[in-house]
Design a protein around this ligand. Structure first.
Ligand SMILES: Nc1ncnc2c1ncn2[C@@H]1O[C@H](COP(=O)(O)OP(=O)(O)O)[C@@H](O)[C@H]1O
Ligand SMILES: [Mg+2]
Length: 362
C-alpha cells in the first residue's frame, strides 16, 4: 500500500526549504490562506505522472527568482522504501519534469512508480462542479478513470491531437483526402474507446452508489449518465465515421468538431428526480464526496489499488452527512489521507488518531 512518509521542498512554490514526515494514515494540514497547504498537496501529487493537482505550468512550480526546485520524497510501497527526487530540466526552452527513483532514471522504475501510485483528489472548485461548464465534469470523470488506468491520459491526448490535425486539414487550401480519411478513422477509434471507458466508469460508480445509499442510509440516491446527443450508448464505428464525414463542411466553417466525447456532459440525477445543480453548495459537496467514496471502494475492493487521498479545503461546508462520508472513508480503508482546512477545529469531528500540521509560511 503506497504511503508518502517524508517530504522535503527546496525552492518549490512559496517554500524556500520545508521538511516534514507524515503519518501513514491521516494527515491534516491547517493554516491561514496562502500558507502553502495546496502547494504541499501539489508537491505530493507531482510524484505521479503529469503536472499535479493544479495542472500548472512546470515553470510556475519554481519559487520566484530561483532557477529550479527540488522535491525529495520518501515513499513506502509494499514495504519497500523509495527515495524520489523531482526537479526540472530545460529542453528547447521548455521546462520538463524529471523524476529520479532511488537515483534511477530508467523507464522501468518510472513505470513501476506510475503503476503503484494512484490519487483521489478533492479540490475546492469541485463544490461548484454541477454549476461549472461541462468540461469540468468530463475532467472530473476522466481523473477517476485515470486513477485506475494510468495510460488513460495517453488516449485522451491522442484523441485531442487527432481533432487538431483534422481541423488543420479542413482549413487547408488543398485538402488531402487520404490523410483526412485516415485521421477521421483514428478519431472514431479513439473517440469510441473514450465513450466506452467513460460509460463503464459511470456504471461502476452507479452500482457502488446504490450500495452506499443502502448501507449508510445517505440522503441521496445518485445516478450518473453521459449526456450527448450524438452518443446514444450504441453508436458503432461506421455510423461514427459517416457522421464525422457529414459534419466536415460545418466543422470547416465553424472550426472544431461538432461530435465526439469532447462534447459530452456528465449528468448527476438525484433521487431519480432532479439534477445535482439544484442542490445547495454543501449538498453538492456531499454528492462529490459520495462519488469519490464510490470510486475509492471500486479501486480498493475490485481493482486492488490503494489510492492516496488528497482532499484540499475539505474542512468547510461539512455538515453531519458530509462528515459521515469522510469518517466512513477513514474507517473503512487502510489508505493514506491528506486533508486541508484553514482551522484545526474544523476537524474536531475526526476521532481516529490524526497527525495535525500547522503550516506557516517561512
Ligand atoms: N512560484 C512561486 N513562487 C513563490 N510563491 C508562490 C509561487 N507559486 C505560488 N506561490 C505562493 O504560494 C501561496 C499560495 O499557496 P497555497 O498553497 O495556494 O495556499 P493555501 O494554504 O491557501 O492553500 C501564495 O501566497 C502564492 O503567492
Ligand atoms: Mg489552498
Amino acid at each position: 500500500m503506497p504511503k508518502v512518509t517524508n517530504i522535503e521542498f527546496y525552492n518549490f512554490r512559496n517554500f524556500k526549504n520545508f521538511k516534514t514526515s507524515f503519518d501513514s494514515k491521516l494527515n491534516i494540514l491547517f493554516g491561514d490562506n496562502g500558507c502553502g497547504k495546496t502547494n504541499i498537496l501539489e508537491g505530493i501529487s507531482l510524484i505521479a505522472k503529469g503536472r499535479g493537482i493544479r495542472n500548472s505550468n512546470i515553470a510556475d512550480l519554481i519559487k520566484k527568482k530561483e532557477d529550479n526546485f527540488l522535491i525529495k520524497n520518501k515513499l513506502e510501497i509494499n514495504n519497500n522504501d523509495l527515495n524520489i527526487e523531482i526537479f526540472t530540466e530545460k529542453r528547447n526552452d521548455k521546462f520538463k519534469k524529471i523524476i529520479k527513483i532511488n537515483e534511477d532514471l530508467s523507464k522501468d522504475s518510472q513505470d513501476f512508480l506510475n503503476n503503484s501510485l494512484s490519487y483521489l483528489i478533492f479540490l475546492p472548485e469541485m463544490e461548484r462542479l454541477f454549476q461549472a461548464p461541462p468540461s469540468y465534469r468530463r475532467n472530473f470523470i476522466d481523473r477517476l478513470i485515470f486513477s485506475s488506468r494510468n495510460d488513460y491520459n495517453i488516449l485522451i491526448n491522442k484523441y485531442k491531437k487527432s481533432l487538431v490535425e483534422r481541423n488543420k486539414i479542413l482549413q487547408s487550401f488543398n485538402i488531402d483526402y487520404d490523410w483526412l480519411n485516415h485521421i477521421e478513422r483514428q478519431i472514431c477509434r479513439l473517440g469510441l474507446e473514450i465513450y466506452k471507458l467513460r460509460a463503464s466508469q459511470l456504471n461502476l460508480l452507479n452500482n457502488e452508489l446504490i450500495n452506499i445509499k443502502n448501507d449508510y442510509k445517505f440522503q441521496f440516491y445518485i445516478k450518473l449518465h453521459i449526456k450527448d446527443d450524438f452518443f446514444k450508448n450504441k453508436i458503432n464505428f461506421e455510423e461514427y465515421l459517416v457522421n464525422l464525414q457529414e459534419s466536415r463542411s460545418y466543422d470547416k466553417q465553424y472550426g472544431g468538431t461538432k461530435i465526439g466525447p469532447h462534447r459530452s456532459d456528465i449528468i448527476s440525477i438525484i433521487n431519480n428526480e432532479f439534477e445535482a445543480s439544484l442542490l445547495s453548495t454543501g449538498q453538492q459537496k456531499a454528492v462529490v464526496l459520495m462519488i469519490l467514496l464510490a470510486q475509492c471502494i471500486n479501486l480498493v475492493n475490485y481493482k486492488k489499488i490503494n489510492p492516496i487521498l488528497l482532499f484540499d479545503e475539505i474542512g468547510s461546508h461539512l455538515d453531519k452527512q458530509n462528515r459521515q462520508i469522510l469518517l466512513n472513508m477513514m474507517n473503512r480503508f487502510e489508505i493514506q489521507f491528506f486533508l486541508t482546512g484553514t482551522d484545526k477545529n474544523l476537524f474536531s469531528f475526526v476521532s481516529t488518531n490524526a497527525q495535525f500540521y500547522n503550516i506557516t509560511n517561512l
